[in-house]
Write a new protein. Structure first.
Length: 402
């Protein structure tokens, strides 16, 4: 199955082919995430390996399609004994193209083959009398520079990868307002003063009668107010969500424009709270999230990030009035058991657990990803929001636990 003898060589060779032949932006961080993903999946399951690597190495839907074809061509090249065209035979042949690049060498150390070229030059007449500097040509001096020459890392391009938050458009605000109004959480247990109500307030009626000489001319009433919903949005900012994550942040800004009872977080391999920036963007200020680091543009560890949210913010953010919204495609390389426990706790401590999957509207899509299949039993509403019309539809579809 594998062109080389061990798994690290195969993974490095496969990533280099994706970079060289298909234009994938793969660097040290992606290669490390892919290696960690292969530690938690069953290597004998080709489908599990392909899904795990696709979620880390591909960024868009087009790259995902190219990835599947490249995966089959690399790991299943054809009949036994027939070498695939363009396939490097060893790790040392994976050196990237030298055009336009400067090779870093230590003083006094030659690149492979430089000593042979010097010997050929010495045999030429024009090279007579020139002193040659001894060059080190031991094989152990050759180090594969593939990882040191990575051209892309999401952490190195923080300025280009950071999302930007702007004020929500009127259509988005109207849709968010309709969502807040249509959510029925029931009535509060506490009775509050009101002009009209279902319970007569004797104490306030008697106090008001003091202004009219003891005559109770105007009755006072009590009623139970509606429970205002609280929103917690957890936005997946991993590479597989790069096309859709900013739409989820637009939803967060729109909701923050109509209610202050909202908390927003982004996550990738770690969690980061962005509520303050979302509220400022809702007020009209443009905000660029430069500080997200591992909470944006990396791999995906949904279970660990949800567990971190529960430990750090669950105490003050979750209640029977809270609606938890997770925006993710469900591609996860973390521990399924950790994700299951986190989803069970979120389901039990909230009024509703919503999962927004942007791939739901894709024809033929089935939620068979590992993370999605684990989380689905605890989700009260499974929907997709890709524009303001989707937010309006979502306000009609959302279901809460009573």
């Amino acid at each position: 199955m594998y062109p080389f003898g061990n798994l690290p060589d195969n993974l490095i060779a496969f990533c280099e082919i994706l970079r060289r032949d298909h234009g994938f932006r793969i660097g040290v961080g992606e290669l490390q995430d892919a290696a960690r993903a292969l530690e938690v999946v069953k290597l004998s399951d080709e489908l599990a390996v392909r899904h795990a690597l696709r979620s880390i190495l591909s960024r868009t839907r087009d790259e995902a399609a190219v990835f599947d074809r490249a995966f089959m061509e690399f790991f299943f090249p054809g009949p036994p004994g027939e070498q695939q065209a363009g396939m490097p035979s060893t790790r040392r042949e994976l050196e990237p193209e030298a055009a336009g690049r400067e090779e870093h060498r230590e003083p006094g150390r030659a690149r492979p083959g430089e000593a042979e070229e010097a010997e050929e030059d010495a045999e030429r007449p024009e090279a007579a009398g020139e002193a040659l500097v001894p060059l080190a040509t031991e094989p152990e001096a050759e180090a594969p520079a593939l990882l040191a020459r990575a051209r892309y890392s999401p952490q190195a391009e923080a300025a280009g990868a950071a999302p930007e938050l702007t004020r929500a458009e009127p259509a988005w605000r109207d849709a968010a307002r309709a969502l807040v109004r249509r959510l029925h959480l029931g009535l509060s247990r506490r009775w509050r003063p009101a002009a009209r109500g279902r319970r007569f307030d004797l104490r306030r009626t008697l106090r008001a009668s003091l202004q009219t000489g003891g005559e109770a001319l105007e009755a006072r009433w009590l009623r139970r107010s509606r429970r205002a919903p609280r929103f917690v949005l957890l936005v997946d900012g991993s590479r597989s969500m790069s096309t859709y994550a900013e739409t989820a942040l637009k939803v967060a800004v729109a909701i923050a424009s109509v209610t202050m009872r909202v908390e927003v977080f982004t996550f990738s391999t770690s969690l980061r709270r962005v509520t303050d920036d979302v509220r400022r963007a809702a007020a009209g200020e443009t905000r660029r999230l430069e500080y997200l680091q591992y909470a944006w543009g990396g791999g995906t560890s949904i279970g660990a990030c949800l567990r971190e949210f529960l430990q750090r913010f669950g105490g003050r953010s979750l209640s029977r009035d809270t609606i938890v919204i997770v925006a993710s495609d469900g591609l996860d390389v973390g521990d399924p058991g950790l994700l299951r426990e986190a989803m069970r706790e979120l389901h039990g401590r909230s009024a509703g657990l919503v999962w927004l999957n942007p791939l739901l509207e894709t024809p033929g899509y089935e939620p068979t990803a590992a993370g999605m299949s684990v989380a689905r039993p605890y989700v009260t509403t499974f929907a997709s929001i890709n524009d303001q019309a989707g937010l309006v539809r979502f306000s009609r579809l959302v279901r809460l636990r009573t």
